[in-house]
Design a protein around this ligand. Structure first.
Ligand SMILES: C[S@@+](CC[C@H](N)C(=O)[O-])C[C@H]1O[C@@H](n2cnc3c(N)ncnc32)[C@H](O)[C@@H]1O
Length: 138
């Protein structure tokens, strides 16, 4: 798995979780991908305050961040209103190139129809253990 991902993004994995909750997912991704570096932004003060893992997360709005520095992105916010979801999708399509990690399938997101599907891994998240899919966006 790690070898397959490194083939797509190189040795230095620098990932960003948009809406990271308490940071559990990026902690687990760090275990899954040794030597990778992860950060997360979360809009809820409360969720940031219940952080238990030693990960770099902060309170903020994902739409106010830049995604250009990262080569791995995770964004899954199933409850976003349509306007915010559209802005997020447009921002990712405009700013980001690299590995994209999501619970979603291309039928839910137009820009994923152009992505290369790589793999699916069962992963512990803030909420539950869930299959997440890995894609490459170029
Ligand atoms: C489904 S949870 C995902 C948590 C974590 N990424 C995971 O997969 O385990 C979505 C999170 O996105 C946060 N969120 C929603 N809108 C946001 C925004 N505009 N900026 C940052 N976080 C946001 C929510 O508060 C929630 O904690």
């Amino acid at each position: 798995m790690a070898a397959c991902l490194k083939r797509w993004v190189g040795d230095s994995i620098y990932g960003f979780d948009l809406g990271c909750g308490d940071g559990e997912l990026i902690y687990q991704l760090g275990l899954l991908l040794p030597e990778s570096k992860w950060e997360g932004v979360e809009i809820s003060d409360y969720r940031v305050s219940i952080q238990q893992r030693d990960v770099c997360i902060w309170q903020g709005d994902m739409l106010a961040e830049t995604y250009r520095d990262y080569n791995v992105l995770h964004a899954d916010n199933l409850c976003l209103d349509e306007m915010v979801a559209d802005r997020l999708e447009a921002k990712i399509a405009l700013e980001f190139k690299g590995l994209y990690i999501t619970y979603r399938r291309p039928e839910n997101m137009d820009f994923l129809k152009r992505a290369i599907y790589l793999d699916t891994v069962l992963t512990e998240t803030t909420w539950t253990t869930h299959p997440i899919h890995f894609y490459y966006l170029n």
